[in-house]
Write a protein that binds this ligand. Structure first.
Ligand SMILES: [Zn+2]
Length: 384
């Protein structure tokens, strides 16, 4: 079913202002006056924002990358629309807000650009009147391919072959194999090579992907990503389209600032070419960033950079290039609910002390030797 047209609140210029926010119908002033009589107001900090991150939403289970169930997503959006003032990320993080909201502020975003975001998530968001941002990987849209980490997983899981007839001389010796004794060994190889490729030169990654596409012809290609026509449909329904880079690399692991800027700038220009304006915000793949990544986001024309370290974002003191988001996936409802109302972080803090950024080990490692094991398994399993 086609999406209904939006109220033109997609901000793609680099400068939002309060009159534009008010015109959207999602602005603080509108909600403030429409929903609650002034004498009953419970004031909430306008600079404190909880950003929620989703990936896939689908009724069909998928062992490759289990989507959030559609019914559960509906429950989530219903909960968020009832308990938060849901704004676009650009509105919520803008410091020029006036007024004081009667509920805590939240935003909703999606990473990677899956087709099921348009099919299942967008109609539910519209049902509850919630705006959202969708961060797309432009090469995946251009080439009709899934995110590379998922493609490796898909090919190694679905092939029946145990022989690997490829020239792998460009890889370290331990990865130059001619085959595996069984499926289990093949899947273990897939996990190890994926971890290696997260830190390797992007050309090595591309070579390896070409190798496996040819080596496993028994696997049908899968394309769960949106096409440009579908991205355009989301955009004209009033949702925001942001950049999630060109090829979905671990940005801090790229060789230099020029490579990081190329990933960000190219995807921004491609979105501008296809949708008519340069995106305002950028989502770092795997939530991984460091100082040079934030600086590159600024230099390539983005106003905001979003990550995923499960905390509140304070627009008056936190960097606009390190905006926290809380990841929601297909977990049991009680866990999802505790992440949405913030009790999950509080319990974790009580048990373990201060919450630790899942990318801490990576950020430390990238300052030193790049070839060190950089991604924690917790972080890897949370992302495609
Ligand atoms: Zn991603």
């Amino acid at each position: 079913m086609p999406l209904s047209k939006g109220r033109n609140h997609v901000g793609t210029s680099n400068h939002l202002n309060t009159s534009k926010i008010a015109a959207t119908g999602y602005g603080i002033n509108n909600c403030f006056t429409k929903l609650v009589p002034p004498r009953c107001l419970v004031m909430h900090a306008k600079n404190k924002v909880k950003n929620f991150l989703f990936h896939r939403v689908n009724p069909v289970r998928d062992e490759l990358w289990d989507p959030m169930d559609v019914g559960k997503f509906d429950q989530c959006v219903r909960y968020l629309s009832k308990n938060y003032l849901v704004l676009t990320l650009e509105e919520a993080c803008d410091k020029s807000f006036s007024g004081t909201p009667d509920k805590p502020i939240a935003t909703i975003s999606f990473d990677d650009g899956y087709r099921d975001n348009l099919e299942y998530a967008a109609p539910i968001l519209q049902k509850y009147g919630c705006p959202a941002s969708f961060y797309i990987v432009t090469d995946c849209i251009d080439k009709g391919r899934m995110v590379w980490t998922q493609e490796i997983k898909h090919l190694f899981q679905c092939t029946t072959l145990l022989q690997f007839n490829s020239d792998l001389s460009y890889l370290p010796e331990k990865f130059r194999v001619a085959g595996w004794k069984d499926r289990k060994q093949r899947l273990a190889y897939a996990r190890n090579i994926r971890d290696f490729l997260l830190t390797a030169n992007p050309l090595v990654r591309e070579c390896f992907l070409n190798n496996i596409r040819l080596a496993f012809p028994d696997v049908l290609p899968l394309n769960p990503m949106m096409s440009w026509a579908e991205v355009r449909e989301l955009h004209s329904a009033g949702f925001i389209i942001g950049s999630h880079t060109r090829t979905h690399p671990v940005l801090p692991n790229l060789e230099n600032a020029a490579e990081i800027e190329a990933e960000m700038g190219f995807s921004g220009c491609r979105i501008q070419e296809m949708l008519g304006s340069y995106p305002i915000s950028m989502a770092y793949p795997f939530g991984a960033y460091d100082q040079k990544v934030s600086a590159a986001a600024y230099r390539t024309g983005y106003k905001y950079g979003v990550t995923s370290n499960q905390q509140w974002y304070y627009s008056d003191k936190d960097s606009p290039y390190a905006i926290s988001r809380t990841l929601l996936s297909n977990e049991p409802w009680i866990k999802t609910l505790s992440r949405m109302n913030g009790s999950f972080e509080r319990i974790k803090e009580l048990i373990k002390g201060k919450p630790q950024h899942p990318w801490k080990s990576m950020l430390v490692a990238t300052k030193g030797v790049k070839s060190a094991g950089v991604l924690t398994s917790e972080a890897l399993n949370s992302f495609p």
